[in-house]
Write a protein that binds this ligand. Structure first.
Ligand code: GLN
Length: 243
């Protein structure tokens, strides 16, 4: 856990974790959004890109981001992240983590790929994934169960269907689209590990979720920033069209 709130003189370090393996659909944009929302508020922000060729994961970052990826890349990401176990230590000390799609499955307890093979995940969030009958592709809208967020929108493209276990809670309830494909819910949250099937990138389309992750990282409430009217229009349009 962040010992004392970071001040606006602190540099907040945002780790983009193995984007060479997990980075489909522009998930790198989540790092850019977090860095920019910090800078607008007077914080310094640094994006630390950790490729899978790195020796291990640096443990000094304040936020870790995992994007989406294909099944084989997910297995390679698990192998990399097991080495040294730095992500587990970071999570145990309360560091914020966002996992998107393949990142959700990697952070979960176990995922079964389309070929029927079982793979252990990192077990940092209590979610298990099995293949569905078909890919879930298209716009996804949910109502978040985290306080102060409201409706989340994005794009989903995944085969896996994910079940949230007793030690996690869903990120949201599905309004339209598939989401986890079980129990009408989407994503999962354990402590400060938040996972979702929403691409977009998700934090560009949903600044309230970005600010939730940032407030966990800096350990203090954040100043408000102006809304983007175009995002509100997009949200309203997606909810109306699909809801
Ligand atoms: N490989 C995973 C699946 O198909 C995740 C895909 C993704 O990250 N877009 O379920």
């Amino acid at each position: 856990m962040t010992e004392a709130p970071l001040t606006d003189e602190s540099t907040v370090r945002i780790a983009l974790v193995v984007p060479d393996l997990l980075g489909t659909y522009g998930d790198r944009g989540n790092a850019l959004v977090l860095a920019q929302r910090l800078r607008w508020r007077g914080y310094r922000a640094e994006i630390v890109t950790v490729l899978s060729s790195a020796e291990s994961l640096p443990e000094s970052c304040d936020i870790y981001l995992l994007g989406g990826g294909e099944d084989v890349a997910q297995q390679a990401a698990v192998s990399f992240l097991r080495r040294g176990n730095g992500l587990r230590r970071a999570v145990d000390s309360g560091t914020a983590v966002l996992g998107v799609c393949g990142g959700l499955q990697v952070l979960g307890t176990r995922f079964t790929t389309g070929d029927g093979k079982h793979h252990a995940g990192l077990g940092l969030v209590d979610i298990e994934t099995r293949p569905g009958a078909d890919r879930a592709i298209g716009e996804l809208g949910t109502r978040s169960e985290l306080p102060g967020i409201g409706v989340l929108t994005g794009f989903e493209n995944h085969l896996g269907r994910s079940e949230v276990g007793d030690d996690a809670r869903p990120l949201g309830r599905v309004l339209h689209g598939t989401g986890n494909g079980a129990d009408g819910v989407e994503g999962g949250v354990t402590g400060r590990v938040v996972c979702t099937y929403l691409h977009g990138p998700v934090l560009a389309r949903n600044p309230a979720l970005a600010d939730t992750v940032l407030s966990w990282a800096v350990g203090a409430p954040l100043d408000g920033l102006p809304d983007f009217p175009e995002l509100e229009r997009l949200r309203a349009e997606r909810t109306r069209v699909r809801g």
